[in-house]
Design a protein around this ligand. Structure first.
Ligand code: HEC
Length: 124
């Protein structure tokens, strides 16, 4: 029994030392019904806006998000769903028609920051 407890401690310690693994696990748990933990957070919106330029989302969706080669992200029309969990999953996994996947380049926290930014630009 004591040995099991030691192993459990080691696993917990290893996870604590590996924030990427924890973040990845958190990202895997996202479903279409997930709420954005960073919705409306001003710092997250600013960080998401920076990533939107840095990762070149803007190159396909426009710096004002109203679209270009990729669709408008400010209007209420969504192909893959406009709820926060839907938007997260589209960004993470990509689509078969030209939207790249980003879960190999962005951490779940960063994807939620971008979702916050997109949510902040919604025209209703
Ligand atoms: C190479 C061009 C390109 C880049 C770069 C790109 N996208 Fe897209 N994106 C697209 C295209 C094209 C679609 C439409 C895909 C489809 O209909 O299957 C799309 C779709 C989407 C959708 C779904 C829209 C809907 O109506 O459901 C979201 C959200 C989105 N992109 C966000 C992003 C974000 C955030 C980034 C940066 C991390 C990004 N995109 C980078 C081309 C791009």
């Amino acid at each position: 029994m004591k040995r099991l407890a030691v192993i459990r401690h080691l696993v917990v310690a290893a996870l604590a030392l590996c924030p990427v693994a924890v973040a990845q696990a958190a990202g895997d748990a996202v479903t279409p019904a997930s709420e954005n933990p960073l919705a409306g957070n001003a710092e997250a919106i600013a960080a998401g806006g920076e990533l939107f330029g840095k990762m070149n989302c803007a190159g396909c969706h426009g710096y004002d998000l109203t679209g270009g080669m990729g669709p408008d992200l400010t209007d209420p029309v969504w192909t893959y769903g406009g709820k926060p969990g839907d938007i997260y999953l589209t960004i993470a996994k990509g689509t078969p028609s030209g939207m790249p996947r980003w879960d190999d380049k962005l951490k779940p926290n960063e994807i939620w920051q971008i979702v916050s930014y997109i949510q902040s630009k919604a025209v209703h």
